[in-house]
Design a binder for this molecule. Structure first.
Ligand code: 13P
Ligand code: ZN
Length: 273
């Protein structure tokens, strides 16, 4: 069977990058069984032949109306599919979908009729917002990073300011590479519209959010950028945990040191579009 990737180097590169990140998620222990999901807006690669490709599924309802997504194309991890399998065979463990003109449903167009992730409402709500706000971000990654999820079991860290300050102050690089900090979404049923809407509110301010007792979700210019932001924040959570395991509460960098880095590196405090 022909793959949609054949003869399309740009699209192939994006899918290969998704597969690479899927492998990292598995290696890090953040992707047990089918845990986590990835979607990437690939509309820029939708040539005329792709636009003419017939649907290989019935129209499927998204559950909400997303006007910015009309005629857009997304690579989506398949629901129930494993990241470790996706790492080796991305087009068998994910699919490419086309959003229909009603902006409320989609069809699968390639390569196989693999049903997209159950977290599609959250992902698509964010992609809709990113387009609406003129952002160049294309990717959305959800995963189950162990130390961050562990922190979300303590009420103290379900406050965005306390969480962000704690994580930033563990190591300067986290501040530099996750300069917007980390939002918090109170526990909500996985894959629910409630979770999607609460996530959208946080993503208006942060690139990365913590889903209480569940995981993290990040948006980024591409899948590697989204992954990197979760990775640096989880590194801080790991350092915090190591210090606690050694029997002490880590001091953390001082407020002055944090402010100095923000100023010297001219770190953004709002997401650049
Ligand atoms: P999917 O297999 O449907 O992508 O779900 C995994 C997950 O992590 C849900 O939050
Ligand atoms: Zn999950």
């Amino acid at each position: 069977m022909n793959s949609i990737l054949e003869g399309r180097d740009g699209l192939r590169t994006v899918v290969e990058q998704i597969a690479e990140v899927a492998g990292y998620l598995w290696q890090k222990g953040w992707a047990e069984r089918n845990g986590g999901n990835i979607t990437v807006n690939v509309t820029e690669y939708a040539d005329e032949a792709i636009r003419q490709m017939p649907a290989i599924s019935q129209p499927i309802s998204i559950g909400c109306v997303l006007p910015q997504l009309k005629g857009c194309y997304f690579y989506c991890k398949g629901t129930g599919k494993r990241m470790r399998d996706l790492a080796r065979r991305p087009m068998e463990n994910g699919s490419i979908i086309r959003i229909l003109d009603d902006c409320a449903s989609y069809v699968i167009i390639a390569d196989n009729p693999v049903m997209p992730t159950s977290e599609l409402p959250s992902h698509l709500l964010l992609h809709n917002y990113l387009l609406e706000s003129g952002s160049t971000y294309k990717a959305c990654v959800h995963t189950h990073p162990i130390e961050l999820v562990a922190m979300s079991h303590n009420n103290r860290f379900l406050n965005t300011e306390v969480l962000t300050k704690t994580l930033w102050s563990m190591i300067p690089e986290t501040l530099a590479f996750a300069p917007l900090g980390m939002g918090v979404v109170p526990y909500a049923m996985p894959s629910s519209i409630e979770l999607a809407e609460a996530t959208l509110e946080q993503i208006k301010k942060y690139d990365v959010v913590l889903w209480e007792k569940h995981g993290a979700l990040a948006v980024g210019t591409d899948v590697m950028d989204a992954f990197d932001q979760i990775d640096v924040l989880n590194k801080s959570a790991n350092i915090y945990m190591c210090a606690r395991n050694m029997g002490f509460e880590p001091d953390g960098m001082t407020d002055e040191a944090v402010t100095e880095i923000q100023q010297v590196f001219k770190l953004p405090t709002k997401r650049p579009c």
